[in-house]
Write a protein that binds this ligand. Sequence first.
Ligand SMILES: *Cc1c(COP(=O)(O)O)cnc(C)c1O
Length: 454
Amino acid sequence: MDELKLLADADARGLRYVEGNATRRVFPSNEAIAALDAFDESLPVSGLPAEDTLSLLDRIGSPATTASNGPRYFGFVIGAALPAAAAVERLMLAWDQCASTFDNSPVAATVERVASRWVLEALDLPRESAVGFGTSATACTLGALATARRTLLARQGWDFDRQGLMGAPEIKVVISELAHITVKKALRILGFGLDRIVYASVDNDGRVDAARLPPLDDRTILCLQAGEVNTGEFDPFAPIIARAKEAGAWVHVDGAFGLWARTASAAALSALCEGIEGADSWTTDAHKWLNTPYDCAMVICRDAKALAVAMNSDAAYLSASADAQKNLTLEFSRRARGIPVWAALRTLGRVGVAAMIERHHAQARRIGAELARLGYEVLNRVVLNQVLFRCETDAQTQALRSAVQASGETWFGGTTWQGRPALRISVSSWRTRDEDVEALVQLLASLRGDSCAP
Ligand SMILES: *Cc1c(COP(=O)(O)O)cnc(C)c1O
C-alpha cells in the first residue's frame, strides 16, 4: 500500500464531498440508510486492503450522512466547519501530535496558548482565566463543576483530594428548571445526586426568575445558562450573579452556543450577556456556533490555579501548571483542539465572528417573522438563533416535522415545549445564506397548506 496515494485518495474524496455540500439531500434517503447494511461484516481474520476500506466508507457512508456541514441544515445548533478550521485539522492529522504538554508538542502548546488568549478577548472574559480545550461542553462542564466543588470545600477547610466526599460538608447545587440535560449528567456523574439538585424557577420566557431564586450560600454552586436549547434565552446574569457573589456561592455558566453572543456588537445581543463576566467559570463549544469541526469545546475558569489543581495530572500533588492542557481538561493524551479555534479566530477576526453571530440572529428573526405571517404559532421571542414553533394541533406539528424531514430539502428537529410537541429551527452554519433561509420559508409556506392546515 502506498501511504501517500491512499491519503491523496482520501483528500480527493473529502473534496468531492465538500463540493456537494450545497446540493446533497439534507437527511439521507431511505435507500442510503438501507445500504448501511453493507457495513455489517464480520471482523476480518486477515486485514482487508486500505483502498477498499476507504472506498467502502465513502461509497456507502457519504450518502448516509446528514448534511450538517451544508447551508440548509437547521437542526439543533450543530454548526458547519469553517474552511480554515477544517484545513488546519487536515494538517494536524498529518502531525498526529499528543498535545498534552510543551515537551510533547511545542507547536500545539504555543498555538493553544495564543488561542486561549484570543478566546478570552473575543468573549471579553477575565483575562487571568485558564482556558482548557476539551472534547465537549459536557466534559468541560464536568471539569468546571468538579473545580467548583473542590474550591468551595477547600474554603470550608476540607481537603477533597485526600478525603474525598465521605464526611465532607454538603455542597448544594442550584440549576435552572431548564438546564441542559448534560449539566444534569455531569452533576450525576460527580455524585451530586439528582434528587438533591435544587431547581431555580423560570419566567415565561424560560429565564431563571431572579425574584424566586432559591437561597444561596458559600456552599452553593449556581449554574446559569447563556442560550437555552429551545428558546435561546439567557438568564439575567447581572442581578443574579451579584446576589450569588454576596452569598459566597460559585457561579458556573453553561454557554455551549450562547456565549458567542458576547462577541456581537449589536446592542440586542450584547445586552443578553450583561454581567456574565462576573461568573467564576464558563463552558462553551467551538464545534457549535464557532463552526470548528467536531469535537472541540472550552472550559474557562477565572481562578486558573483552581482549575489546574482540580484537573491536575502532574505527578506532584498541588503543584499543577495551568500552562499544560493536560492539567485543564479531563484528557491526558489529546489532540490540539485549540488549533482549529485559533484558525477560526485568526481568519474571522473579531469583526468576522461578530458578523457571523449577528447574521444568524437576523436570519432567525426573519424566519420567526415569516412563520408568524404564515400562521404558525411562534413560541419564543427569537432573541438569539433559535426559532421555536408549532401548528394548531400536535398531530399537525408531527406531520409537518415528518414532511420536512422526508423532503431532503432541509432538516430541523422536534422538541417538547411546555408539555406539547414543538419544532425548533437553529441557524448556526457559516454557509447559510439568505437564499437558504428564503428556501426554508418557501418550503414551510407550501407545507402549511398540506400538513398544517387548520
Ligand atoms: C449542546 C449543549 C450542551 C452540551 O454540549 P456538547 O458539546 O454537546 O457536550 C450543553 N448545554 C447546552 C445549552 C447545549 O446546547
